[in-house]
Design a binder for this molecule. Structure first.
Ligand code: AVI
Length: 355
């Protein structure tokens, strides 16, 4: 686990500070297209050679993958987005009251639709608000920025086009801040990734900054499994799209029709394990590295996990990273929770996972 956070050279910080007074400006990530391709190729090669085989879920979100995820959130079985939006709709004003006139920064903002409730609540209390969305997709940032500027002209939008971790060192520049991490995206992290994320975020925030975290709660198996096996087959297409992306970018020559989407709730681990099972043997080519990996008929590759949480164990775990709950908001069925956390402590010097 790296001991230090990535840091930006002074000129980048300086230009970010200058940009704080403007709107709509996109800070670009530093990696080139070639770097991104090598990152995809090497992570794929490592994941396919590990046992069990596992691909990193961040690669699911190319342009088509992001479109498909957006469609997933509208499926009747996928309760997460709707339930979180219901909570936000009723609690946004109270959240603003507790957080005060902080800057809103959103990690993995996507199309920023749920953020609308918070922006309205912030603008009901002040003439303007600064909103800093962070996303790897420049197209998503530009669209969100355009939409928000049209629907809330008093919002100053300053997009950061990078992964979360690279954006963390800039959070201090916009403190006092409320960082949003919605949709239970934290559930897609494995134990060590979650620990690293929480530790780095805690180290990047100032004392008394806020962290609004959406988490999906443990519930009956059939409700959870239905959400990841929608009748329209969109989630299946989402899983398949990762292999279509590999064909396009890595020259992999995979037969997409041999990819079967399998999503099963593991009650012992309290997580959905999402896999691609191959109905035929495949020789997966990773052209940029000149490698081949053989996948046998019936073999499965894990493409994602989606953890479900219990408040009784997760809140003390968050406290261990310096985050204390100011308020916990849930829906009527206790299916989903929004945790309003305050950073008022310190993370451990060396962190461990939840499992
Ligand atoms: C983004 N994330 C919170 C989704 C989830 O529910 O774990 C990703 C997803 N994968 C398939 N369906 C939804």
């Amino acid at each position: 686990m790296p001991a230090t956070l990535p840091s930006y050279p002074w000129p980048v910080r300086k230009s970010f500070r200058k940009a704080l007074n403007r709107s709509g400006l996109i800070i670009r990530q530093h990696s080139t297209e070639a770097d991104q391709l090598i990152d995809f190729a090497s992570a794929t090669a490592a994941g396919l050679s590990s046992m069990p085989r596992r691909l990193q879920c961040r690669f699911l979100y190319d342009a088509r993958g992001s479109e498909l995820f957006d469609l997933i959130t509208r499926q009747p079985e996928y309760y997460l987005t709707r339930t979180e939006a219901e909570i936000l709709a009723t609690k946004a004003r109270l959240i603003r009251k507790i957080c005060g006139a902080t800057t809103l920064a959103e990690l993995g903002s996507g199309n920023s639709t749920k953020t609308d409730y918070l922006l309205r609540a912030w603008l009901a209390q002040a003439q303007s608000v600064r909103y800093v969305p962070v996303d790897v997709s420049e197209a998503a940032l530009r669209e969100a920025s355009r939409n928000i500027t049209v629907s809330h002209p008093a919002t100053q939008v300053l997009g950061i086009n990078s992964d979360y971790r690279s954006a963390f060192p800039l959070l201090r520049e916009i403190s006092p801040v409320t960082v949003l991490f919605l949709g239970s995206s934290i559930g897609n992290f494995a134990g060590d990734e979650m620990s690293l994320f929480l530790r780095d975020l805690a180290l990047s925030l100032c004392l008394d900054d806020f962290f609004l975290l959406g988490i999906d709660l443990v519930k009956e198996r059939h409700t959870i499994e239905a959400a990841y096996n929608d009748a329209a087959g969109i989630t299946q297409e989402f899983t398949r799209n990762l292999f279509i992306r590999m064909n396009r970018e890595l020259g992999s020559s995979i037969d997409p029709s041999a990819v079967q989407h399998v999503a099963v709730y593991n009650e012992a681990k309290e997580q959905v394990d999402i896999c691609a099972r191959f109905s035929q043997r495949q020789a997966i080519h990773i052209a940029p590295l000149g490698q081949h990996v053989i996948i046998d008929e019936g073999e499965a590759i894990n493409t994602e996990i989606s953890r479900k949480f219990r408040l009784g164990t997760f809140l003390p775990f968050l406290e261990g990273y310096g985050f204390t709950a100011e308020e916990i908001f849930t829906d009527e069925r206790s299916w989903f929770a929004l945790l309003l956390l305050r950073r008022n402590g310190f993370p451990p010097a060396v962190s461990g996972g939840t499992s």
